[in-house]
Design a protein around this ligand. Sequence first.
Ligand SMILES: [Zn+2]
Ligand SMILES: [Zn+2]
Length: 242
Amino acid sequence: MFERIIDPISSIIFPQECNTCGGPSNESAVGVSCRKCWDETCLFTGHEILCRRCGALLGAYGGPLDVSCHKCDGHLYERAFAVGVYEKALASEIVELKRTPFISKFLNAIAFETLQRNAVGNVDVIIPVPLSKERFIERGFNQAAVIAKTVGKHMNIRIDELSLTRTKHTPIHRMSMDRRARELTVEKAFSVERPMLVHGKSVLLIDDVLTSGSTASACANVLMKSGAANVIVFTLARAVLK
Ligand SMILES: [Zn+2]
Ligand SMILES: [Zn+2]
């Protein structure tokens, strides 16, 4: 009886097969992928060349350099940074995070390291990118809020899940969508319900993946219009756009 209750839970937390390569994996601390797959995943170390604003990967070595990809020129957040590239073990972990509100010990540790390296010192409030009501009901939780909670707890910063809301149900972004198509789907999709709570505040906006940055920019737009002092964006992964 006891085993029957425990088994389904342990199979989520301790998968027998690596979700990335299908090989054996029984090390729960590294999540749903094996250590070999994590070793092959591009996790940022501070030596890459990244766009100063959106964090796009512009070169694997030779950084940090003060450069811009210019695709993010109109974006309204101050800067965005991520743990690594949306690929291999990191992608598997994020796919799993949409099914199970759980982040592995290993990913938590590198996320905290990334936050420290990017000198996120003066944040007043952490705000997760909200889901639409429809998607929240469908999923049962907001994966961005799961990340926000672990970061908030680690940094001892208040989390505000109520001020920023998604007013429009937008289709899921596809990697194949071009920049303008992405921007059109998120423009006017967000609003700030409690402007007084963000007024004058330095905001750390959190999401699972940053793709073009248009979602983060749309959030930053309404937060800044509500008087936020600045918006910095942290995501677990950065998608590399073709
Ligand atoms: Zn693997
Ligand atoms: Zn950029």
